[in-house]
Ligand binder design. Structure first.
Ligand SMILES: Cc1ncc(C[n+]2csc(CCOP(=O)(O)OP(=O)(O)O)c2C)c(N)n1
Ligand SMILES: [Mg+2]
Length: 354
């Protein structure tokens, strides 16, 4: 299976261009765009962790190491497509156009953090695992009924493939040829459970066979593989050829969330080795050096610009008016159930010191 689903890679961990298929499209502009965006995302991620430690954000799910998978795939979308993220996919949503201060509001526990800019089809991050797959299949089917060529992309982790919703979403999309991309980030852990203890399948891409759809396994730390393979899958989807399952093999360097301590279940020196052998940003630096388009000054400016952009978003988020406690209860259902009303009454009694 690992041979049948060999990893697609355009630029390897050492920065070598190992596949020439897309060479003509690797313009300096595109390469630099990806580098800047990944630097921005990493800067955001590190800042968010620090802010959680300072008590300025709630629990946060870091994505450092997964920037290429998210940035490359989201950049392949068209502005009128749909995106269904999880709690770890804010690099994807920000690349697609979610404002950074909105993402910060989400992690600050604010309902405003789930509201995309007008006209943007960005679903709130799915925390109940895999529930977003049937939603994405449904949104794609709706576009099909309407006769548009809009597509949907749905993000989910390796652990989420053990959920029934994974099967239901894939099967519906397959049988109705819905224009949806199932974008799996196999970061090889579901919290503390490594992939070998989650499944006997050697790959996630092979699961596509069961649904009769294309399965593509990519080096998830190669931003070009993420971009070009998602683009190809989107073209198939728009042409009425149905869904694709993409498995982006990657690694999260850090904790599952800021509430987790990865040293309890894995040797973190492994993460440092992974950085050296294939980090998404480092490999792009190596590639640019080989191509003769690396500029140390430009690199410094890129990191500085990213830090300023992130600080600006933090200022905007922190200048928001106080959260309204009603928000906790008012948006759960269109009409409140008595249990929610009861919880709301109790909470407001508590706030009033009753
Ligand atoms: C239905 C459901 N069951 C359990 C959980 C608790 N939970 C949160 S994240 C997680 C692991 C998910 O792993 P994976 O799908 O690989 O995504 P990753 O966190 O690695 O991005 C679990 C079990 C949940 N959120 N939803
Ligand atoms: Mg995982």
């Amino acid at each position: 299976m690992e041979e049948q689903f060999a990893k697609v890679v355009y630029v390897d961990g050492d920065g070598n261009l190992v596949d020439n298929e897309m060479k003509s499209q690797l313009t300096e502009d595109l390469v630099k765009h990806f580098y800047r965006q990944m630097v921005l995302m990493r800067t955001f991620d590190r800042k968010a962790i620090n802010m959680q430690r300072q008590g300025r954000l709630g629990t946060y799910a870091p994505f450092e190491g997964q920037e290429a998978a998210q940035v490359g795939s989201a950049y392949a979308l068209r502005q009128d497509d749909w995106i269904f993220p999880t709690y770890r996919d804010h690099a994807a949503t920000m690349t697609f156009g979610m404002p950074m201060d909105t993402v910060l509001l989400y992690w600050n526990g604010r309902s405003e953090g789930c509201i995309p800019p007008e006209g943007k089809r960005i679903f709130p991050p799915a925390v109940p695992l895999a529930t977003q797959l049937p939603h994405a299949a449904g949104a794609a089917m709706a576009e099909q009924y309407k006769g548009t060529d809009h597509a949907a992309i749905v993000y989910f982790g390796d652990g989420s493939t053990s959920e029934g919703d994974f099967h239901e979403g894939m099967n519906f999309a397959s049988i109705f040829k819905a224009p949806v991309i199932f974008f799996n980030q196999n970061n090889q852990y579901a919290i503390s459970v490594p992939i070998e203890r989650q499944m006997n399948s050697r790959t996630i891409a092979q699961k596509a066979v069961a649904y009769g759809i294309p399965g593509v396994r990519i080096d998830g730390n190669d931003v070009f593989a993420a971009y070009f393979e998602t683009k190809k899958a989107l073209e198939r989807a728009r042409a009425g050829e149905g869904p694709t399952l993409i498995e982006a093999v990657t690694w999260r360097y850090g904790a599952h969330t800021t509430a987790d301590d990865p040293t309890k279940y894995r040797d973190q020196s492994l993460s440092e080795k992974k950085r050296e052998s294939g980090d998404p940003i480092l490999r792009l630096e190596r590639f640019m050096k080989m191509e003769g388009i690396w500029d140390e000054k430009w690199n410094e400016w890129t990191w500085e610009e990213a830090a300023e952009t992130v600080e600006e978003a933090v200022r905007t988020m922190e200048a928001y008016p106080e959260a309204d406690a009603n928000d906790l209860f008012d948006h759960v259902f269109e009409e409140k159930t008595w249990t929610i009303q009861d919880q709301k009454d109790q909470y407001f009694d508590y706030l009033r010191g009753v």
